[in-house]
Write a protein that binds this ligand. Sequence first.
Ligand code: HGY
Ligand code: MN
Ligand code: MN
Length: 403
Amino acid sequence: MNKLQINGERMLADLNSLRSFGACGTGVKRRAFSEPDIASRKWLANRMSEAGLVPHVDDVGNVFGLPGDTNDCILVGSHSDTQPEGGWLDGAYGVAVGLEVARASLECGSSPIACVSFQDEEGRFSTLTGSRVWTGQLSLGEADIRTDTDGLGFAQARRRAAEIGTVGKVSPERFRAYLEVHIEQGPVLDIFGDRIGVVEGIVGIRTEKQTFIGQQNHAGTTPMDLRKDALQGLARFNSEINARFADVVTDKTVWTIGHVALHPNATSVVPGKADFTIQWRDLDDGRLDKMRAIIHETARHVAGQLGLEWTSSDYSSIPATRCDDHIVKAFKKAAELEAPGKWRLLNSGALHDAANVSFLMPMGMLFVPSIKGISHNFEEDTALEDLLLGAETMARAINILTA
Ligand code: HGY
Ligand code: MN
Ligand code: MN
């Protein structure tokens, strides 16, 4: 079998084309099933067919490029949807590398590789929706009832998948392993001057939508002691969980209230409703369970103190996952050959589609540095030579795994 040899400049050219869909300054706005997202997936499907791959779109908008009807091949990819204010590399880089290694595998006559861009990894509708449905971690029915923060339902949004191509199922059984290269999105490689990260594990994540419900009222005539102020409930809840988490968390545990919507969100009105999302992550699933118990106890306690109601919904959970030892070994060997002494083992604080795929097949991940560790921000960036090195390391690892 011939060796895989990639064309790094061609990969960068594809990455820059992908960047143009939803471009906004140095970043991109390409939410799942938005106009730019649909346009980018149509472009990707077209690039796949130009490369001699057969494009397949499934019923949740994941786009696969398959090397004919080969079974048992390696799948390489990531996601190409972004956060509302996304960086140009988060996910897109892994999709461009996946396309390049799949295309080059046909050109070189090396072991055929398939590629993929998963949909809604960034959680517009639910946490890593596309790969969770594809791997059976989330039923289509459960995904369909999820909505984005504007109330758009996933069932309605995913109808646009048909605009990308003929919709059909792609069975995970067609693949024997999944590899993903991604920007680190954190500061470790940048701080230590390393150029490649070999991922050992990915944190577990829990996400929930919650609401404090009080009484909407006049901001001038309602005495403070008679108010049922939903924002006060959220503020007290936030400071109380910070205090109560102290006995449970480590310096690696993270938690975020990233979305808040007050109703009616008006200067002269006591907020009657505070909708918010809370998300927490750690490598230890037992710790994540303890944190959920604290969150619920504290919310009920604060609601009781302030005469509010409290509700929670749309809970999603992905356990912490480990990368496959055999793949990690191949990535370590490839990293030492491509970046001698300039690589390190690390865990991922960001979630990736690889976490979901790990429940069905062996998976592994490579990281390249994020400049100043910035991500989920228009300023996200990585040196071009590091993007090229990551692609070469991926190709080298594939040659090791398929030798
Ligand atoms: O939030 C995450 O970890 C991923 O970037 N969606
Ligand atoms: Mn990502
Ligand atoms: Mn992301």
